[in-house]
Design a protein around this ligand. Structure first.
Ligand code: 5GP
Ligand code: ZN
Length: 115
């Protein structure tokens, strides 16, 4: 289901251009407009799930498909020595776009660790 006011729904619909790196029935992935590393891809379900807190048994297949896509994209982007996957959830988590997405970050030795 599309949310008319959602930036990533507009990108999924092709109403806002993006640099696509991967697409299948469940998942769309594109390069972050403000990359934090040489590889910074946003992996987005093709369903308007607002945040990680809204994942439940009705939509969790999309999450599984996102992680299947992440493994494929990481290989295609040459991230064989590792990478980081980040999800920001809610106000305190620093989420700025209210459509579930996973940041796939790599292409450099990542130093900062929160956990
Ligand atoms: P969040 O802060 O919600 O975890 O991540 C949102 C991400 O979306 C940010 O890293 C930001 O740079 C990216 N972003 C925001 N607007 C656009 C856009 O129009 N196009 C692309 N490709 N990325 C965007
Ligand atoms: Zn959306």
């Amino acid at each position: 289901m599309k949310d008319e006011s959602c930036l990533f729904c507009k990108i999924l619909a092709g109403e806002i251009p993006s640099a696509k790196v991967y697409e299948d029935e469940y998942v769309f992935a594109f390069r972050d407009i403000n990359p934090q590393a040489p590889v910074h891809v946003l992996v987005v379900p093709k369903e308007h799930i607002p945040c990680a807190d809204a994942i439940d048994e009705s939509n969790s297949l999309y999450v599984a498909k996102c992680f299947e896509a992440i493994a494929k994209i990481a290989k295609a982007e040459g991230l064989e020595t590792g990478y980081r996957v980040i999800n920001n959830c809610g106000e305190d988590g620093g989420q700025s776009v209210q459509h579930l997405h996973f940041h796939l970050i790599g292409g450099v030795k990542l130093s900062e660790k929160i956990i």
